[in-house]
Design a protein around this ligand. Structure first.
Ligand code: 3MF
Ligand code: MG
Ligand code: MG
Ligand code: MG
Length: 373
């Protein structure tokens, strides 16, 4: 039980298990793990695939020959260990050239470099079999609004994305773009900070049908929002193209905690939503092992992420099978849909006085999660 299998569709970014524990106040605490080693270990643990930023695999200053060799060796490792690459992304945040934005930089030369870098990352992704291209605009934001009109930034963002969908269509790639919103960190304020703002923006693009969202649990929590509601809105618009699973305590820095490790109830409702809605995309973990960990702890982190998902999924199954929970739910649903057989003011008075039995239901869910049922 709770042994991950490829059909569970678990994926990890190279940058997640490969994270070396650097933070703004301290240096790396773990050595680099070679991408081919990550492939081998994730496969051993039962993952389905691995994802990457262009530069997680190919250093930004690699020559074309080096690039080809690295990609060839990586593909050989994927073949040997039967691991897929369903998603790739592009790093538009590390190079100092992006310090005031990439796709929203005021400098045409920087925007050109960023768009071309993203196109090359798409080409790499296509070569590796990826059909999802995630774009987190980490530097698309501001500290000084006097310096740049946010309307200009949005226009540049739109023009860049239109060029990227053109690139996909012109090359005949079966690829879709998933925009990943985040409210803050590393900029003071990041443009399009929530799923809702991204969804509205997407409708202004030339090829809106090719563009959806990649919500992240931690990012919603940083904004004080409910990730379940954000993901639900994306599903409602058929825009849930991908998802970043992790955890986060509210009102703290970007923690990237192991999935399901902090907010048990919130995680349960998220897994319930994904499973009940029939989401069939990757279950992608975007989190970091604690900085206290050595390499052994890294694999414990990866194993734990997948085991926890399976454990929450099992709780969802039990929720649907638990007689008492289903009886309370049936009562509540009957109440919602029927109410009293009276109309007008008398009916509204009936609703004014009515209790909803949500306390009873919530306690049952709590007991389910505590292992009491
Ligand atoms: C930052 C993130 C990013 C994105 C990644 C993939 C480094 O908080 O979540 O991880 O997920 O760039 O697009
Ligand atoms: Mg994140
Ligand atoms: Mg993310
Ligand atoms: Mg992060």
């Amino acid at each position: 039980r709770f042994v991950p299998q490829p059909e569970d569709r678990f994926t990890f970014g190279l940058w997640t298990v490969g994270n070396r524990g650097r933070d703004p106040f301290g240096d790396a605490v773990r050595p680099t793990i070679a991408p081919t080693t990550i492939v081998r270990e994730l496969s051993r643990l039962g993952a389905y695939g691995v994802t990457l930023h262009d530069n997680d695999l190919v250093p930004i200053d690699a020559t074309p020959a080096e690039r080809d060799r690295i990609v060839r060796e990586f593909k050989a490792a994927l073949d040997d260990h039967h691991l897929a690459v369903p998603m790739v992304t592009v790093n538009l945040f590390y190079d100092p050239v992006f310090k005031d934005g990439a796709l929203t930089s005021a400098a045409p030369a920087v925007r050109r470099f960023a768009v071309d870098k993203a196109k090359r990352a798409m080409d790499l992704g296509h070569e590796l079999g990826a059909t999802i291209f995630v774009l987190w605009g980490g530097r698309e934001g501001a500290e000084v609004d006097a310096a740049k009109d946010p309307r200009d930034a949005l226009r540049w963002y739109r023009e860049s994305l239109n060029e990227l969908t053109d690139h996909i269509i012109r090359n005949g790639y079966p690829m879709r773009i998933a925009l990943e919103p985040k409210p803050n960190e590393p900029r003071s304020d990041i443009y399009l900070p929530t799923v809702g703002s991204m969804l509205a923006f997407i409708q202004t693009l030339d090829h809106a049908e090719r563009v959806g969202v990649n919500p992240e649990v931690a990012h919603a929590k940083m904004a004080g929002l409910n990730p379940v509601h954000e993901v639900a809105q994306a599903i409602d618009q058929q825009k849930l193209f991908h998802i970043d699973l992790n955890d986060q305590r509210i009102a703290r820095f970007d923690q990237d905690l192991r999935f399901g490790s902090d907010d048990l109830k919130g995680t349960f409702y998220l897994v319930k939503l994904l499973e009940d809605s029939g989401y069939d995309g990757p279950r992608h973990f975007d989190a970091h092992p604690y900085r206290t960990e050595d390499i052994e702890g890294v694999w414990q982190f990866a194993r734990g992420s997948m085991r926890s998902y399976l454990a929450y999924r099992e709780k969802v199954r039990r929720f649907h099978q638990d007689g008492e929970i289903q009886a309370v739910l049936a009562r509540i649903q009957k109440l919602h849909s029927e109410g009293p057989a009276i109309d007008g003011e008398a009916s509204l008075n009936w609703w004014r006085e009515r209790g909803y039995a949500y306390e009873e239901l919530d306690q049952l869910v709590t007991e389910l999660l505590l292992g009491m049922r």
